[in-house]
Design a protein around this ligand. Sequence first.
Ligand code: AMP
Ligand code: GLY
Length: 426
Amino acid sequence: MKILVIGTGGREHALARALSLDPAVTEVHAAPGNPGIAAVAALHAVDPMSGGAVADLAERLGVDLVVVGPEAPLVAGVADAVRERGIAVFGPSQAAARLEGSKAFAKDVMSAAGVPTAASVLCTSAGEAAGALERFRAPYVVKDDALAAGKGVVVTRDRDQALEHAALCTSRGGGRVVVEEFLDGPEVSVFAICDGSTAYALQPAQDFKRIFDGGRGPNTGGMGSYTPLTWAQPDLAEVVLATVVRPTLDEMARRGSPFVGCLYVGLALTPGGPRVIEFNVRFGDPDIQPVLSVLESPLGQLLAAAAAGRLSEVPAPVFRDGAAVTVVLASAGYPESSSAGDVITGVDLAEQQDGVDVIHAGTAVRDGDLVTAGGRVLAVRAVGADVAEARRTAYAAADLVSFPGLQRRSDIAAEPLGVVEGGSLR
Ligand code: AMP
Ligand code: GLY
């Protein structure tokens, strides 16, 4: 089986690496890829946002499956363009990608499907938003309706700040803002592999979203993650499949836009049970990284079965004993900005450590040197007998990597009970 992975980040590096380990996978290609992915795949310079260009490449390479990593091409309809050429794609259609592309759409689907989530009000003016803030009280949760690369959400006790964000959202883009009830509880990520009607859940993970230790500072794309969540209810994945994923798949099929791909369920484990914070229509980054480290099942066969609508013909994914931890190394200025072109040292040394691999997220090669080229630069990933061991190994390896302005958290996976980050205010 030949597979083409679309994207440039750490998620795509982790996917390409896992795919290359599947004995049924003979070739892995990536477009555009990154210097880390180049070690496990052939790279092709193609605009990931152009459905036509991606479909042309897939046809030219004769691949059996295209895996679209990031949300932007999915929301832009890249999966549809590839599917129209008769090539299998792991990734939802443009219509199904609205589950991530529009928070209001996601809320509408959840409500029709009876999925537990925060109560919410869709507002089109700052005045309406002010009314909704009154209704829910502090802490306030205000979300831009449109895709905002993780920067569209403000959670605050400060009413003025909440109003200011609502005014900003209604004054730009689609002009719509969602105001919702605050969900209190640890935040977890459950990834469901979906074929339009059937789904398998992967082992749950937790993502550390804030830039600073202790969950302080602004939200980022994710600064680290780990699995398994030994503190969580053992049947969490099953409960999420039953209460969230299956009803959502049924509702999407009923609407004529079946969901094929990864449904990423971001949940708060509230005292009243798991409730959905958000849907994404792709694997989480970095949250998928440790999950792939402990996945024992062949990833290519799983994704190909989902893309073909035949998930029930392959066994449910199984996971190794033990744990995995990923620690993100970000560049100076992240998340507000990022710095590029700083020389990175120590990656080879880190990778020589037992149980460690280094995932590239924002790197480039300049004059033969590996340099920074993005906000999140690398992720040091390690496996171990348990979370504590994997964490020690990951940090020991991360200590070997350096570049000017490197930022990382020192508390990834440190708290045994899981860190109540997004669900608590700092
Ligand atoms: P989202 O883009 O919807 O994932 O929101 C970004 C982050 O804001 C989430 O990861 C949570 O940490 C936080 N958040 C979003 N919605 C809520 C909510 N209803 N209650 C508490 N925290 C939330
Ligand atoms: N790590 C969060 C995300 O991928 O959205």
